[in-house]
Design a binder for this molecule. Sequence first.
Ligand code: NAP
Length: 324
Amino acid sequence: MSDSSQIRHVVIIGSGPAGLTAAIYTARANLEPLVIEGEPSSTSDQPGGQLMLTTEVENFPGFPEGITGPELMSNFRAQAERFGAEFLTSKVTRVELGAHPFRIWVGNPDSPEPSYLANTLIVSTGAQSVMLGLEDEGRLIGHGLSTCATCDGFFFREHQICVVGGGDSAMEEALFLTRFAAKVTVIHRRDELRASKIMQERAFANDKIDFLWDSVVTGINGDTSVESVTVRNVKTGEETTHPFTGVFIAIGHRPNTELFQGQLEMTDAGYILTAAGSTATNVDGVFACGDVQDDTYRQAVTAAGSGCAAAIDAERWLEANEAG
Ligand code: NAP
């Protein structure tokens, strides 16, 4: 595999809005990108990223009537294919970024030869919301169960909603949801919040928000959409069922960066660090875009924007560095 004709200009790992936008841009720049898009392994882990878990998307510009998450991602993919992006439905199992060209394995990570060589690599492996681990979550996500108030709050006008978690994210979600909900109940497993003082004070001051302390969710109930939530008090053991028709899980996010541990610089929380005003990582020729490097905005449109930036950064890098 050392023949330079077999070295890809660009390999993109991940196929959410960031990776597919990078694919559209690099394909249109004639860089013949290979997108290693992942493969389905569970309801919450499949090509297309987190939008595959969403029903209606109403805030992606260009779709005044809204569009479903899976349909939007299928459009992104078709657009990239139209310009010649190649797709591999597989998971990357190992990368070696210590020297050029970069070495990328799919399948057996112990194989002596990598599956692909690449001059630039765009990492867009995304992040996932940490879930509670209940069986019902896979079934009801997108049907009353959500991990993003900004995305889905609008669909819960006058609902009784609960938010699970006690950190800043949970307070932020709860406060945002008061714009729509009849009532927002924060369910927290302890009797004090982890959130910053200022966020706590805002939540306590809002009369649409109340709290179920020392409580864990043991069941999210409903056949086709959420109808109620069962909660256990961890101090008394008492189980109660509440008529919440919207559930927002806000117990943290986990970036999908295990593959790059020890090779790309990351924050303490595992997000890839990129240079200010750029998608460049600490490894020359490796770029990161989308939620894998963004724990602030986490929106499809911001991910797509950073995917475009990564494609342009990779293109410029190739112009400056690729021989011939
Ligand atoms: P976090 O601070 O780690 O809080 C996670 C919360 O979820 C904690 O209250 C935790 O409970 C709870 N939790 C974790 N696993 C759970 C489980 N299995 N079941 C039930 N509850 C569970 O995460 P975050 O709120 O997403 O915030 C992440 C970082 O971003 C923080 O540094 C935060 O300050 C920052 N952030 C800031 C803002 C802002 O300033 N506006 C907004 C969002 C996020 P325990 O408390 O018992 O551990």
